[in-house]
Design a binder for this molecule. Structure first.
Ligand code: PLP
Length: 400
């Protein structure tokens, strides 16, 4: 399969920036929950492009939508209307708290837009100087200058200082910590309703509701980064639905177009008004090709019973992982919502990721010690059983 002298690894090292540490595997095909590498080995994919391919690889409905759109119209400027973009916005607002959508091309861009909107809204209403945003420790919001500055992990800041001004970090799951951090410069609170990169941390009961009440009291905007947790991942269309608290602004990306690059920022009418012609723009945002893919994706996720099955499969997966926890003492904690599941170990998880890979399953490790499982939402009990069997074998090698 290899068309490079010396193989793809060498060619990649020669020609591509060294920004990723990659596994020695090259994928050539995907279908549903499975991936095929260039040597013909099949893998069970419990990572799904890191919570991107929610409907699995090459879902027939999405592929058909892409094919049809590619034959009709791929791009025109946002100086004009296109039907898929407006239809998608109508769907997203129908299905969420929001009234308005701004489309972009990635998660970082969606958060950039949210940061700009929060500042502009506050500046319009209260004048300049009120631009601080309270964010969470161990959060992840992206790699552009503003979004890495908004990210509560010093490892992504290092070497890129000076950071964008105005981000303050407090502990996740503490309303008191947010309250203590509010000053007359604060304009918003930015939080992932379920932290992904930070080690799969879920909101304590009442946390987001109390946070919303605090934001109301202090005239702060509440921004939910649902880039990883949104679009069915946690068993509801958006994670916030399970918390009884909707935000003023929400960001989406990852699973939105099931693998095509797309991001979105959603907001209430009141807040969206702060953006006027010229406030913000992007050339590619919401183009007809990606919007068609997203419409097809959203249609499948909103079919009756789809999210119920995600919750059911997630509960079954958690119970099977719980069995492993009982048998292997180095497993400290299993936590999850829907099919966003983490298993915390008392040691670094990288070697288990490699062993699973050898045995034909893809997972990853985040925050050093937490194994992350974000399979396609179409996974069922048989995929869960295969995953657990492979993980068990990887764990047994440790016990020996
Ligand atoms: C992945 C992710 C981002 C960044 O998205 P990109 O598309 O990589 O820019 C931001 N926030 C959260 C919660 C994410 O999981």
């Amino acid at each position: 399969m290899s068309s490079f002298d010396g193989g793809i690894e060498q060619a990649c090292a020669k020609h591509i920036f060294g920004t990723y540490s990659r596994f020695p595997v090259a994928f050539v095909k995907g279908e549903g929950c499975s991936l095929l590498d260039d040597k013909g080995k099949e893998y069970l994919d419990f990572l799904a492009g890191i919570a991107v391919c929610g409907l699995g690889h090459c879902h027939p409905e999405v592929t058909r939508a892409i094919e049809e759109a590619a034959r009709k119209l791929i791009h025109v400027s946002n100086l004009f209307y296109t039907y898929p973009q407006v239809e998608l916005a109508a769907e997203l607002t129908r299905l969420s708290f929001a009234d308005k959508v701004f489309f972009c091309n990635s998660g970082a861009e969606a958060n950039e837009a949210a940061i700009k909107l929060a500042r502009k809204f506050s500046s319009d209403l209260f004048g300049p100087g009120r631009f601080h945003i309270i964010s969470m420790k161990n959060s992840f919001h992206g790699r552009t200058m503003a979004t890495l500055s908004a990210t509560g992990q010093s490892k992504v800041h290092k070497g890129f200082e000076p950071l964008v001004e105005g981000f303050v970090f407090v502990d996740f799951n503490s309303v008191a910590a947010v309250e203590a951090a509010v000053t007359d410069k604060t304009c918003a609170v930015l939080v992932e309703p379920a932290q992904g990169e930070g080690g799969l941390n879920f909101p304590a009961p009442g946390y987001l509701k109390d946070l919303k009440a605090l934001c109301r009291e202090k005239n702060l905007l509440l921004i939910f980064d649902e880039i990883q947790s949104g679009l069915g991942r946690t068993g509801s269309l958006f994670a916030y639905e399970q918390e009884g608290a909707s935000p003023d602004i929400m960001t989406l990306a990852k699973a939105l177009a099931n693998g095509l690059p797309m991001g979105a920022m959603l907001a209430t009418d009141e807040v969206a008004k702060a953006f006027t012609p010229g406030s913000h723009a992007t050339t590619f945002g919401g183009g007809p090709l990606v919007a068609s893919a997203a419409l097809a994706t959203l249609k499948v996720i909103s079919e009756p019973g789809f999210l119920e099955k995600v919750r059911e499969t997630g509960a079954y997966f958690m119970s099977r992982l719980g069995e492993l926890k009982d048998r292997f003492p180095f497993v400290k904690h299993v936590r999850g919502r829907g099919l966003m599941v983490g298993m915390e170990l008392d040691m670094p998880g990288a070697k288990f990721v490699s062993r699973c890979m050898e045995k034909g399953a893809i997972i990853n490790c985040t925050h050093d010690t937490v194994l992350r499982f974000v399979p396609p939402l179409i996974a069922g009990r048989s995929e869960v059983d295969r995953m657990v069997t492979i993980l068990e074998e990887a764990f047994k090698e440790e016990a020996l």
